[in-house]
Design a protein around this ligand. Structure first.
Ligand SMILES: *Cc1c(COP(=O)(O)O)cnc(C)c1O
Length: 215
């Protein structure tokens, strides 16, 4: 399936997840008009970025280690995977060094399977209430990101996306009532993006439905 056949509504941002795919294949999708691409490994992103058009918006969607933030800080467009205050502090520090702001999403843990990454609602609230966060000058929290359980149970997936939407609403009312930036819900991948859109997604991250299966 080509990416033009995905029929994503115009008000929803499509991030083409290009992990494991070579620059030639990314360029083909770019030439069809796509500008937002997502990668989940720092080294891979840093290798590809100089060899592709400079007007690409690079989204970082994987687990990010604190000691690797500096490699992507000069150019990254949106980090979807903030899962600790320590990581966010380092993003702020590197953003300052690069004399820019970096937009971030809080990764929220919504799946019913075991995963090491993501904040629960309480942890997200602790982060947002902390003085450390409130004193950060060069990051903007633009919303939340989440991944549903890897399952064929559509009702479970729908419930988890609905849960992410309610956490988003709660955080917005409590911590971002005056903010014009806190608008994004990054949820939905190749197998579940239609459900995610029905449940209020604003950004879908789609890899294999665009580029074909990964090895
Ligand atoms: C790989 C990946 C995707 C895309 O997955 P597909 O099933 O290929 O669409 C989306 N989000 C994250 C965080 C990923 O790691």
């Amino acid at each position: 399936m080509g990416y033009l056949e995905l029929a994503i509504p115009e008000n929803i941002k499509l991030v083409a997840v290009s992990k494991t795919k070579p620059v030639e294949e990314i360029l083909k999708i770019y030439q069809q008009g796509q500008r937002d691409f997502g990668e989940n490994k720092v080294q891979e992103l840093v290798n590809k970025q100089p060899n592709l058009p400079q007007d690409i918006y690079w989204h970082f969607i994987g687990h990010l280690q604190t000691n690797k933030v500096r490699f992507i800080a000069p150019f990254v467009h949106l980090i979807h995977s903030i899962d600790s205050l320590k990581l966010l502090s380092e993003v702020n520090r590197q953003a300052l060094k690069n004399n820019r702001n970096i937009d971030c999403l809080l990764q929220i843990y919504i799946a019913s399977e075991e995963s090491k990454f993501g904040l629960d609602q309480t942890e997200a609230e602790e982060l947002l209430s902390s003085e450390t966060y409130q004193s950060m000058s060069n990051i903007r929290i633009c919303g939340v990101m989440g991944m549903a359980t890897f399952t064929s149970d559509k009702s479970l997936i729908r419930k988890e996306f609905g849960n992410l939407k309610s956490i988003f609403n709660m955080l917005r009312e409590t911590y971002f009532a005056d903010s014009v930036y806190f608008n994004e819900i990054s949820m939905g991948m190749s197998d579940d993006y239609t459900i995610a859109i029905e449940e209020g997604s604003t950004i879908v991250r789609i890899g294999s439905a665009i580029f074909g299966k990964r090895n």
